[in-house]
Design a protein around this ligand. Sequence first.
Ligand code: 5GP
Ligand code: ZN
Length: 123
Amino acid sequence: MDNCIFCKIVAKQIPAAVVYEDDDLLAFKDINPAAPVHLLVIPKQHVSTLSDVSDEHTAVLGKMLALAPKLAAEHGVAVTTDAQGKRSGGFKTLINTGPNGGQEVYHLHLHMYGGPRPWRGLG
Ligand code: 5GP
Ligand code: ZN
């Protein structure tokens, strides 16, 4: 897609701190992180918003979500459970959709936030 910043990152026309890549997905560090770990997971194929997905995208959406806990483990923010069963760590996943959803970049992306709180502007 012309003039799509994330398509340009996929095409390596502009740089990004890539943390994962396969045939369908790219994951990279957010340029303006709102948490100690803030990654973006995108489909390589351009889809503007979650409202634009159709049945053909179901598999890639599943892959995006399934990648998040793997990235969390690699970046030290997975959920861990101690001997008493108390959980710590963990992360947040988020897809902003459209203007009222707070979407600024119109190439579908899954945010993955983690690390010690507080996180800027996030519940
Ligand atoms: P949205 O509000 O659309 O859900 O989030 C877009 C995110 O993309 C923001 O968190 C913003 O910091 C990030 N972002 C915007 N432009 C770039 C860029 O050129 N490179 C990277 N790595 N992140 C970007
Ligand atoms: Zn795009």
